[in-house]
Ligand binder design. Structure first.
Ligand code: DAH
Length: 368
């Protein structure tokens, strides 16, 4: 500076030149200050480390502010006042920005915490539940699989042979009437199966004894919908064919099922009955699991609940499916899943199973 003062006291041209250089330097410094002020204002950070880096880079010993102060020394004294104020502003603004960012960072977890208890379990997703009919069907299949039965399947759209003729239904049997069975228009031989006994026939046609199958499926009947009946429902059929299979085998198997499904204390009783495909035939009752056999409104005071039909497979049925009835015998049984589920859960109206009310359907997953 002294050199410059010396120079321009001797030469006015040099003096003008020096003033021009100084002017240029001052302008550059103003630009630098403005640029830095802008960057301070726009600075953002997501961590304390970032904030500290920023602070050191600007206010630290080797920081940008010190560079600016160094350059400030060469600014002509008449401009120092204004520029000095701006340089001071850098310091204040940088400090303010650092403080504000630190506070925002510190208060972030506090804000989350104040919105609730952070140790609370996360919101659970409603995963839905299995349908009670599926639960009961699976349970029944599981019980029989423990006795060595495997699952067999068949079509819902059937023909007369598998649903009626092969099962020994007489030609004039009422089940063959349109009143009871859904036939396909213009195709008298095509119908919706009215029972899962048709799967017995299909199994015997394709497998050689010993046969031990359980056949769950949907069935269709031309019935008015009420609390006790529906036009679509579910059945489970069972079939056991081997040499020397007896009525006693059937009774023991069904007693095992009843105890497994309704509880160890359950008793069964068999009443004579009639089905075209079994001889002799029986209906099986279980002791009422709701009143323990004392009599209640579910068992209508009898202490017993009817759960299934069964019988020794009629030799005509074995022969119709190509099984030698002089060598083999067997038993079959069939039950309605909705009915069993109603008895198990104490549900009084069968229609509830078909209405898809989630408040009803969600109650059974934990029961079975
Ligand atoms: N198919 C009969 C029905 O739909 C149920 C039935 C009864 C199946 C006796 C059988 C049986 O296998 O032996 O009502």
């Amino acid at each position: 500076m002294r050199k410059i003062a010396f120079l321009y006291s001797y030469s006015p041209i040099i003096a003008i030149f020096v003033v021009k250089i100084q002017r240029k330097q001052t302008m550059a410094l103003i630009d630098k200050i403005n640029d830095l002020l802008g960057r301070i204002e726009n600075f953002n950070a997501t961590s304390a480390a970032e904030i500290e880096d920023f602070r050191v880079k600007i206010l630290g010993r080797k920081g940008e502010l010190n560079d600016i102060l160094e350059e400030f020394k060469t600014v002509p004294s008449e401009e120092k006042r204004v520029l000095g104020q701006q340089i001071n502003a850098i310091k204040t603004k940088a400090n303010e920005r650092v403080a504000a960012l630190k506070e925002a960072l510190d208060s972030a977890p506090v804000a989350a915490a104040s919105s609730g208890d952070l140790s609370r379990p996360a919101m659970t997703e409603n995963l839905g539940s299995r349908h009670p009919i599926s639960l009961v069907r699976n349970e029944i299949c599981d019980i029989f699989s423990r006795l060595g039965y495997t699952i067999a399947d068949g079509p819902e759209i059937e023909d007369d042979w598998h649903v009626f003729s092969a099962l020994n239904f007489a030609p004039e049997h009422p089940a063959r009437d349109m009143q009871d069975t859904f036939f396909i228009e213009k195709h008298p031989d095509v119908l919706l199966r009215t029972h899962t006994s048709s799967i017995q026939v299909r199994t015997m046609e394709h497998q050689k004894p010993p046969i031990r199958v359980i056949c769950p499926g949907r069935v269709f009947r031309n019935e008015a919908i009420s609390a006790r009946a529906h036009c679509i429902f579910h059945q489970i059929e069972g079939l056991y064919i081997d040499e020397k299979v007896s009525f006693a085998d059937m009774k023991q198997s069904l007693l095992y099922f009843a105890k497994e499904f309704f509880g160890e204390q359950t008793q069964i009783r068999m009443r004579p009955s009639y089905f075209p495909f079994t001889e002799p035939s029986a209906e099986v009752d279980v002791s009422c699991n709701l009143c323990g056999g004392k009599g209640c409104n579910v068992c209508k005071g009898t202490g017993w609940l009817e759960i299934l039909g069964c019988g020794m497979v009629d030799p005509n049925v074995l022969e119709a499916s190509g099984i030698d009835s002089t060598k083999y015998s067997g038993f079959a049984f069939g039950m309605g899943v909705e009915r069993i589920a109603m008895l198990k859960f104490g549900v009084k109206d069968l229609r509830l199973y078909f209405e898809n009310d989630l408040r009803f359907l969600g109650q059974f997953d934990s029961v079975l």
